[in-house]
Design a protein around this ligand. Structure first.
Ligand code: AP5
Length: 225
């Protein structure tokens, strides 16, 4: 098996997966594979997948496994993923994890590490209620923790900031319930395989990033000996 950085970012909604992914893909020059972003792009395009997915996403439910698995198996087989990738938001169920393991085995590859960013429910609600994204580049902000310099405007590309449709209180609560029921069991799944690394998502963005980088540096050292 190869020792590529085939990485998974796991954690509840709002734990900071996207925030950390943006930094890690720069650090390690990896393609960022976010199922949430892929699905939102499909919704915007109005593709068949987008039309099917929208109803589930708006309600805070998971899009059915068959739709997601096909999307990811195809994506990780693309040339830019051949030296490693960062999965953000996948897998979210045990069948999705099994499908990933099987697809990677077929390519003589395996998951290098699953990075679990942990955060309690109360903090999730606070984070997601204050989150804003820019319409152009998808750059993320938080009204309290990471505000833009000018209200409602992206610092990086000057476009308008909006709130995601699923960042409203009742949908946030549903997303959390779905996480606990269907996604949290993946922590034990990867722990049993010796692939899980836990991080305290309540620390600052920079602290979480430093901790993940340190863990990945250790992993690479272990792989090289
Ligand atoms: P997705 O887009 O993946 O949403 P999510 O997992 O709910 O995660 P979020 O993007 O909401 O949060 P995040 O952890 O990335 O946090 P962020 O960094 O933005 O999925 C959306 C939907 O798509 C799902 O509900 C489902 O319907 C569908 N879907 C996607 N993948 C699927 C799959 N595999 N199977 C089936 N369905 C699927 O941070 C949040 C806020 O906090 C930001 O404002 C940020 O600035 C701030 N922040 C971040 N870190 C810190 C920190 N350390 N301190 C203070 N503030 C911080």
């Amino acid at each position: 098996m190869s020792t590529q950085l085939n990485l998974i970012l796991l954690g509840p909604p709002g734990a900071g997966k996207g925030t950390q992914a943006a930094r890690l893909v720069e650090d390690f020059n990896l393609p960022w594979v976010s199922t949430g972003d892929m699905l939102r792009a499909a919704v915007t395009e109005g593709s068949e997948l987008g039309i099917k997915a929208k109803e589930y996403m708006d309600a805070g439910n998971l899009v059915p496994d068959d739709l997601i698995v096909a999307l990811i198996v195809e994506r990780i087989g693309e040339p830019d993923c051949s030296d490693g990738f960062l999965l953000d938001g996948y897998p979210r169920t045990i069948p999705q994890a099994d499908a990933l393991e099987q697809a990677l085995r077929g390519l003589d590859r395996s998951v290098a590490a699953t990075l679990l960013v942990e955060l309690d429910d109360e903090e999730v609600v606070r984070r997601l209620s204050g989150r804003r994204m820019c319409v152009k580049g998808g750059h993320g902000y938080h009204l309290e923790f990471d505000p833009p310099k000018h209200e409602g405007i992206c610092d990086q590309d000057g476009s308008r900031l909006i709130q995601r449709d699923d960042d409203v209180p009742e949908v946030i609560r549903r997303r959390l319930a779905v996480y606990h029921e269907q996604t949290e069991p993946l922590a034990a799944y990867y722990e049993d395989r010796g692939m899980l690394k836990r991080f305290d998502g309540s620390r600052t963005q920079t602290e979480v990033h430093d901790h993940i980088r340190a863990a990945l540096a250790t992993l690479r050292l272990e792989d090289s000996v």
